[in-house]
Design a protein around this ligand. Structure first.
Ligand code: SF4
Ligand code: SF4
Length: 67
């Protein structure tokens, strides 16, 4: 099953990735990161299709996709 990782301390919490995930698998992490932002995290247990929309839209290259 494909999955993603998020570089938590690089994420500025712009939420663009959440808006493009067709499976709703990216959610806001309540814990602040070192930038003082709420980063996003991957919701496990869903069905990631490895489309990489999230990685492509991220302006800070925080997301890596594993197929
Ligand atoms: S690769 Fe596609 S399905 Fe998987 S988390 Fe990213 S946008 Fe969602
Ligand atoms: S698009 Fe990138 S910077 Fe924006 S919330 Fe998603 S992972 Fe963070």
């Amino acid at each position: 099953m494909p999955k993603i990782t998020v570089d938590k301390n690089k994420c500025k919490g712009c939420l663009l990735c959440i808006s493009v995930c067709p499976k709703g698998l990216i959610v806001v992490d309540k814990e602040l990161n070192s930038l003082g932002a709420n980063p996003v995290k991957f919701k496990t247990g869903g069905e990631c299709i490895g489309c990489a929309f999230c990685a492509l839209i991220c302006p800070d290259c925080c997301i890596e996709v594993y197929k």
